[in-house]
Design a protein around this ligand. Structure first.
Ligand code: DP6
Length: 329
């Protein structure tokens, strides 16, 4: 018998100040606070149905039933929701993305944000945004930033209760665009979870972490005053600092491909010429080109002319993760 079913949607987010490295990998307490923008248009839709006729949890991602580590990661979150609700039924989870997974497009962020919201609702829990953000964080760190809407800060905190994300400005505050140059859609070889565990092996990690408080306040102020010229250099500096940590960890991680580097040079030259655009890169080869809305068409046109750019996805600021359907039986 079905005892609770809910469907939730969430957007991924692009970090302007990155999360890299954990102080506590089990709880995903990050080495540093981070700040992001939700990405409307790239959507994960997840349904959780608790059903006491199921012999075990069933996890279907993108139409494929999962087993092993991918399933375990989802089951862990179901277990947290069940423990909070004091309920025991197994669940069927179905999740669909409208964008490619594993290509540096943060599918784990929207995936675990939607899963947290759907599992909590299906389990009959009435959690506030902070509690949902904390729950999402335990599935994937960056997922905690996809729970609130718009421009979001994840305060690192010192324990489970104090490590959560909150909105610093709604999506309509600033119509920034993220034009994502897709240069590689293959599944990345070293995922973020493994990568975070290597951060400490880089001699540059502590140096980067020490720059974060000042960079965070610069990015916060630039967002507040919609000041692209102040935002751009800080966003690029932190993305490069994170990749420097990745490249100097042991073993080293090099996510960039030749077109990645070509885009970095091009974006800097375009900005020097007056186009309001800057870059950031997650744990992948694709380049996120943030720009003012007035420059979006021009940035797309120029990106498409660079060899190796397979596609350009256009994203604008997105709202919070939310339930689209909820039935409690
Ligand atoms: C490079 O949140 O994907 O995108 O907690 O292991 O799921 P897990 O890691 P994840 O790490 C994101 C890393 C990043 C930077 C960022 O989004 O802040």
């Amino acid at each position: 018998m079905q005892i609770g079913k809910a469907t939730a949607q969430a957007f991924p987010n692009i970090a302007l100040i990155k999360y890299w490295g954990n102080r506590d990998p089990l709880l995903r307490l990050p080495a540093n606070s981070s700040l992001s923008m939700n990405m409307a248009g790239l959507t994960t839709t997840t349904t959780v149905a608790f059903d006491d006729s199921l012999g075990e949890d069933v996890v279907v991602l993108g139409g494929r039933e999962q087993s092993g580590a991918a399933k375990d990661r989802v089951v862990k979150m179901l277990e947290r929701a069940r423990a909070m609700a004091g309920a025991g039924a197994n669940a069927r989870v179905e999740s669909l993305n409208n964008f490619p997974a594993g290509a540096g497009l943060a599918s784990s962020a929207s995936g675990f944000a939607a899963l947290a919201v759907a599992s909590a609702a299906a389990a009959g829990l009435n959690l506030d945004e902070r509690a949902l953000s904390r729950l999402a964080r335990t599935g994937s760190g960056s997922a905690c930033r996809s729970v609130p809407g718009g421009y979001v800060e994840w305060q690192a905190g010192t324990d489970d209760a104090t490590s959560y994300a909150f909105s610093i400005a709604p999506p309509e505050h600033w119509d920034l665009r993220d034009m994502i140059a897709i240069v590689d859609v293959a599944h990345k070889t070293v995922g973020s979870t493994q990568g975070h565990a290597l951060a400490d092996t880089s001699p540059l990690h502590a140096a980067r972490v020490s720059t974060i408080p000042e960079r965070l306040s610069q990015v916060r102020a630039a967002i507040e005053s919609r000041d692209f010229a102040s935002l751009a250099p800080v966003v690029e500096a932190d993305a490069l600092a994170m990749h420097a940590v990745m490249m100097t960890s042991n073993p080293p991680l090099l996510y960039w491909q030749p077109p990645t580097v070509a885009i970095l040079h091009a974006v800097r030259a375009w900005r020097t010429d007056g186009l309001p655009v800057c870059f950031t890169i997650d744990a992948g080869a694709n380049v996120h080109c943030l720009c003012e809305s007035s420059a979006a068409d021009e940035v797309t046109r120029r990106l498409r002319s660079i060899a190796g750019v397979q596609n350009v996805l256009a994203v604008s600021p997105g709202g919070p993760a939310h339930c689209v359907e909820n039935h409690l039986f």
